[in-house]
Design a protein around this ligand. Structure first.
Ligand code: C2E
Ligand code: MG
Length: 606
């Protein structure tokens, strides 16, 4: 070292005490840093068995402490590489990196972009990796002399000895404490511990712009359902592993629950919030692409909510809840905005409030008759004779706004209260059919929709039995339309419920076939009576490919002895094509739009 071995002697004496003293380490770092005219020194210690290093001591020539107490988590491969040695790592477990020699730095030196040269020395105690110390020069062209290297090695050994003498190592910490701080599945910090880390970052990064990201996945549940919970866990582990690779500005992260991850990133003048948002948007797109190669039939999407912290006075939990809110908003409105990443805006809270209001108003709406049914006839394609009808729900909310199913069904499905609404529909339809029958009027089978949510509980069949008892309806006059999404779920009871409905004499259709989730094994798993070809396939101008697909679906249905109904038929060309394709039944505006009960009754009475 420049000032010779007297500095080492001085440090040896300093770190020789019988008691532990932070100041001694700090002043030693400062002495070394100043003597070698370094820019920065960081001591990072292993804080858990989970590939996490915490920056426990820091010195910098400009007096700024940027990383102190922050944790960096490393991916398994980087960690292994690290422990097993890099190509240019020598026997003393020293790894040297220089910006000029092109070797990428894997150390997550997230302090700033100016780092030019690093001497990274690992610390081992009883053959166990306990941490590292990084000596950094921000000025390019640093040549570390042998004397400097030797001096720094001695310093590292002294430091390692001193720290490990007094610090409790992770394997000495009771495992219940570790498991209470870290999530068992992803090995990321738990929410509470994460909040503490963010609080710490707040203190240390006074002027920095911290950004909280809340991230989750649309349709994660399909991975659990389709591939099983073990695969779901693997998915979450991989996400946790990938998160730190998203951008080097991720400071810490946690899994708060289910598939929801919270990240804290650090922006500054050169790496602004706009950079970060663009990067996240790009990452999300690429990430979804990568995931969909593996889970190709789950239709996964990434949703990210962002909250930018602007003041040191901001409350962490509040900031996190804003990021969560922005994520929920991004998830619900993605099809309108086309972005998977949205920044919190107070208006989002109003919108989500409206949704919450829909849910809480549903019950009242049912009681006060705000929900009503329209019936859309199903006819024979060739002679347009009415052979059935589909009951479709509408909501005259507060007896003022007429809302269509797409406005409220996704909200009710997410909440689960769709089940109650469907029960109401079934009650109305059973009553309508029975009343017409009992008064000797003409009636055709009426189809009702069954939300996928019914398969999460086992109450549908008991409820239908109650209705059968109440109305003594003829089961052959009721058809149940089950959305094709059931084909991609792991739900085991679908086939059973279908079978139980059929046993009672009802007919069961797969609805919306071909709209996105259709799988051919639908027909080996389930034995429906018919299929409804989704209206998304029935475009106004059918091109060659559309026609081939529809023809094949109709053909398959006919060969499997299924009744095939084409939905969304709007013009005569479509009808003629369906006739040519031997599609026996159709439903759509060409024959009639959905109509109120009295209109439908008039049609039946003609
Ligand atoms: P769905 O089961 O596929 O119902 C057919 C939808 O296609 C209806 O939309 C109907 O109005 C529309 N439609 C029929 N013919 C045409 C046409 O020629 N052109 C166009 N553009 N549209 C046509 P609606 O009433 O808005 O319902 C949307 C979806 O909401 C339904 O799709 C169904 O999945 C769901 N839904 C409706 N009522 C209920 C219900 O009581 N319970 C449940 N769980 N879902 C329901
Ligand atoms: Mg339907």
């Amino acid at each position: 070292m420049n000032s010779g071995y007297s500095l080492i002697d001085e440090i040896t004496k300093k770190l020789d005490g019988a008691t532990y003293d932070n100041d001694k380490i700090e002043s030693s770092l400062a002495a070394v840093g100043e003597s070698l005219r370094l820019s920065y020194i960081a001591v990072k210690e292993v804080v858990s068995e989970y590939r996490v290093l915490c920056c426990t001591y820091e010195w910098s020539s400009d007096g700024k402490n940027e990383l102190l107490n922050t944790e960096a988590r490393f991916t398994e491969d980087v960690w292994d590489q690290w422990l097993n040695g890099y190509e240019n790592q020598n026997v003393n477990r020293v790894w040297e990196w220089d910006i000029g020699n092109g070797v990428p730095c894997p150390l997550k030196l997230i302090r700033h972009d100016k780092v030019a040269s690093v001497l990274h020395m690992q610390m081992y105690k009883n053959e166990c990796f306990v941490g590292c110390v990084d000596f950094v020069d921000d000025k390019p062209g640093r040549v570390w002399t042998d004397e400097e290297r030797q001096g720094l090695l001695t310093f590292r050994d002294l430091l390692c000895d001193y720290i490990t003498r007094f610090h409790k190592k992770i394997n000495e910490i009771p495992s219940d404490i570790i498991s209470s701080a870290y999530d068992h599945t992803t090995k990321l910090p738990r929410y509470e511990y994460f909040c503490m880390q963010v609080e710490d970052s707040f203190k240390e990064l006074e002027r920095a712009q911290l950004v909280i990201l809340s991230l989750d996945f649309t349709n994660f549940k399909f991975i659990n359902e389709k591939y099983g919970h073990e695969e779901g866990d693997i998915f979450l582990k991989n996400v946790a592993k990938d998160i730190y690779g998203f951008t080097k500005y991720v400071i810490c992260c946690c899994r708060s629950h289910s598939d929801n991850f919270l990240l804290v990133c650090k922006c500054d003048k050169t790496y602004t919030k706009a950079h970060l948002l663009n990067r996240i948007e790009e990452i999300s797109r690429n990430y979804v692409k990568k995931l969909s190669e593996k889970y190709f039939d789950c239709n996964l999407c990434v949703n990210v909510g962002v909250h930018v912290i602007r003041s040191n006075m901001e409350n962490i939990e509040h900031a996190i809840s804003n990021a969560n809110l922005a994520r929920k908003y991004a998830k619900q409105r993605k099809h309108e905005y086309g972005h998977s990443c949205l920044t919190y805006d107070p208006a989002m809270a109003f919108e989500l409030k409206r949704r919450a209001e829909y849910i809480s108003d549903m019950k009242k709406g049912i009681e006060s008759g705000e929900f009503f049914l329209e019936y859309q006839p199903i006819v024979c394609t060739d002679n347009m004779e009415i052979i059935g009808a589909e009951a479709l729900i509408r909501w005259k909310k507060d007896n003022f706004n007429r809302l269509m199913p797409d406005d409220f069904i996704p909200i009710f499905e997410r909440d689960g209260c769709i089940v109650k609404m469907d029960y109401y529909v079934y009650d109305q339809v059973f009553r309508f059919v029975t009343e017409r029958l009992e008064s000797g009027k003409n009636i055709v089978p009426v189809s009702v929709n069954v939300s996928i949510v019914h398969f999460y509980d086992n109450k549908l069949i008991p409820y239908i039995d109650e209705l059968l008892e109440k109305y003594k309806v003829k089961p052959e006059l009721i058809y149940f339309e089950i959305d094709e999404r059931i084909a991609v779920t792991k739900l085991e009871n679908v086939a059973k419920v279908m079978h139980e409905l059929q046993e009672r004499g009802f007919r069961v259709y797969i609805d919306n076939f071909g709209s996105g989730y259709s799988a051919l094994n639908t027909f080996t798993k389930f034995h429906p009576n018919g299929i409804k070809i989704g209206r998304s396939l029935m475009k106004t101008d059918l091109d060659k490919n559309d026609k081939i697909i529809i023809k094949c679906v109709v053909n398959m249905g006919n060969k499997l002895n299924l009744e095939v109904v084409a939905e969304g038929v709007e013009n005569e060309e479509q009808r003629q094509f369906l006739i040519k394709s031997s599609c026996e039944y159709m439903q759509g505006n060409l024959f009639a739009r959905p109509m109120q009960q009295d209109g439908f009754e008039k049609l039946l009475d003609m």
